[in-house]
Design a protein around this ligand. Structure first.
Ligand SMILES: Cc1cc2nc3c(=O)[nH]c(=O)nc-3n(C[C@H](O)[C@H](O)[C@H](O)COP(=O)(O)O)c2cc1C
Length: 185
C-alpha cells in the first residue's frame, strides 16, 4: 500500500548530514511507491507555541498563529508516516524541529480530549558522538513521545560520527540503512 510520508527536517544545514539521510530515506521510500513531502523548517517562518490553548477552532488552520505552519498542517493531517529528521543538538532535537512539533498540538485541539491523530513515525538523526551513551537522551525522548502519542515507531537511524557537512558520505552504510528503512515503510 502506498503511504503518504511527511518529513520534518530540523537541520539548518540544507546540505548537511541530516539532509543526506533524508535523501537516502526518500529514495528508498519512493522506490516502493510511497509519496514523500519534506519540509525544510529552517527556510520557513515558524514560531514557537504560545501555550495559549486557544487553537483547534478552525480545521483549515488550527493554530491562532498564522505562519508557515499553514503549509504543514494539511500534509500532517493526511500523512500516514511522520519523519522526525534532526541533527543532535545538546543531546536533543534541534529547536527548529521542536518548535514545529509543539505547534502540532493545535491539531490535537481539534479533537475531543486533545486526541492526537494516529501516525506511524521514524527518527533520522545525525550527530558527532557515536556511542550508545551519546544517543540515550534522544532515545528516551523519542520513545516517550511515540508511546504517549500512541504512534507506531517504524525505525530509527542514529548516524553518529558526523560533524562536518559531508562527513556522512564517508559512512555509506549509514545512508544505506536510511534507504533500506525508507523501503521498509
Ligand atoms: C549547537 C550544536 C549542538 C550540538 N550538540 C551535539 C550533541 O549534543 N551531541 C553530538 O553528538 N553532536 C552534537 N552536535 C554536532 C551535530 O549533531 C553534527 O554536526 C551533525 O552532523 C549536524 O547535522 P547537520 O549536518 O544536518 O547539520 C552539535 C552541533 C551544534 C551546531
Amino acid at each position: 500500500m502506498s503511504k503518504r510520508i511527511c518529513i520534518l527536517n530540523g537541520s539548518p544545514r540544507l546540505t548537511g548530514n541530516t539532509k543526506e539521510l533524508i535523501h537516502s530515506f526518500t529514495r528508498g521510500a519512493e522506490s516502493v511507491g510511497h509519496e514523500v513531502i519534506c519540509f525544510d523548517l529552517q527556510t520557513m517562518n515558524i514560531h514557537g507555541c504560545l501555550g495559549c490553548c486557544k487553537g483547534g477552532k478552525d480545521e483549515s488552520f488550527p493554530c491562532v498563529q498564522h505562519d508557515d505552519m499553514a503549509k504543514i498542517y494539511p500534509v500532517y493531517r493526511t500523512a500516514d508516516v511522520i519523519v522526525l529528521a534532526s541533527p543532535m543538538y545538546y543531546w536533543g532535537i534541534s529547536g527548529q524541529l521542536k518548535s514545529a512539533f509543539d505547534r502540532l498540538f493545535a491539531v490535537a485541539e481539534l479533537n475531543p480530549d486533545y486526541q492526537n491523530p494516529k501516525k506511524e513515525c521514524v527518527l533520522l538523526m545525525a550527530a558527532e558522538g557515536n556511542t550508545e551513551n551519546n544517543f540515550s537522551p534522544v532515545k528516551a525522548f523519542y520513545e516517550g513521545l511515540v508511546s504517549h502519542l500512541n504512534w507506531k515507531n517504524m525505525g530509527i537511524i542514529y548516524a553518529g560520527g558526523n560533524m562536518e557537512i559531508g562527513d556522512i558520505l564517508k559512512q555509506p552504510y549509514q545512508l544505506e540503512s536510511a534507504e533500506q528503512l525508507g523501503k521498509s515503510i
